[in-house]
Ligand binder design. Sequence first.
Ligand code: ASP
Ligand code: MG
Length: 471
Amino acid sequence: MRTVTMKFGGTSVGSPEAIGNLVGIVGDAVRSGDRVIVVVSAMSGVTDQLINSVRAAAEGRRWDYLHTSQKLRDRHDEALNMLTQPGSDRENTRAEIAAMLDQHVELCSAVTILGEATPRITDAVVSFGERMSSRIVAAALNRQKIKARAFDAGEFIITDDRFGSASPIWEETHQRIRARLLPLLEQGIVPVITGFIGATCKGQPTTLGRGGSDYSGAIFAAATDSDELIIWTDVDGVMTTDPRIDRRARVLPTVSYQEVGELAFYGAKVLHPKTVQPILNKGIPMRVRNTFNPSHPGTLITAASHPSATIIKAVTSVNNVSLLTVSGKGMIGVPGIAGRTFLAAARAGANILMISQASSEQNFCFVVLNNNADDAKRAIESELAAEIARDDVDTVDVMDGVSIVTVVGSGMRGTPGVAGRVFTVMGDNRINVIAIAQGASECSISFVVESAKLQRAVIALHDLALEAVAV
Ligand code: ASP
Ligand code: MG
């Protein structure tokens, strides 16, 4: 008997029709004899609305959060009415959701009184999104005679207390999932579990970071030794590039864990970057599939890599980044400047997306998100103040209006000439490459171009990836 963990994203639970598809998909799996674990996101847009409501509360805009709470009540009520029959199951679910939204208003009032939203209160508020959607999905399944029960993941996923992007404590989490979920699966019950959220060992709700339901899905798949993890979303699979940049984008039939990791990291929004981590060692295959086109097989993601004929499988990009350069004649042979720079950037809350240093050691550069650039610059300049005063290091240079382009394909490892091809294509298209980086995994090459040239760069490189899909 197979165990399958299915994670449904925000759009896949975003309307009564979508939840209807979900019920069909889960029902088919159950009837075919699979044990199914369902992990759900909040209905699409709800997490953003909840976050905004906490902000409104902190700024004393009472009417705004009350209005949001009412809108959420209407939307969830409507879904519930369309997916269930009059009766006690419907009324109990409605009451549960109403109680959560009452709490939502109470927490927001508390935030207004304090005049400040702490990460801890924000997580408590945000958790209502998944808690409400899971109740509706369980009720909809039960209505179709599929035995289901909703759970808050805080019962299972125990995390540290980094509210907003908490990390699971594995042993405790695995043990709880196995002890409580395996017996339910034995009884033929489908657990419907909130994605995205966990709890500290004291029971305070935490969240795993935006888009974290994928990660939750992988945690449940790993702990239950699932035979497969299926990420149900609103696209047919992992694509060769972003279809909004190039309409010729195609679905990749297979990619490796490593390739999808690079893709997720560099802007392809299909999967949360941490998703493969829990299932990697267990080798659990993962599939990305479309709730709105369930006959499409999607993209299979496994440990094995199937190098494509042209080596390059996919092209992704990150827009709105800034390139910071630290340079100075006095840096040569002085250890520790790079280390101190990156620590200072981290303290300023800037996540570093890419790093490059030339062997002359007279400068190195790195890329951060646009909105972190000024804070990072200030933090680094104060860290290196003594070196700057001695003229060993110049002030930090910030270049805005740039983007990262990444080509991904595990076949690059040990294949000479791929970088040559990539940069020849850039040259042929008169696109200036500002900085280059290749990780030692040799699974991707990233480089920085002017944002104005981004689309042209992606399309030209995507030609190479498409040649391979066509054969
Ligand atoms: N609802 C959460 C978010 O929007 C988590 C998720 O959908 O994966 O970030
Ligand atoms: Mg999502």
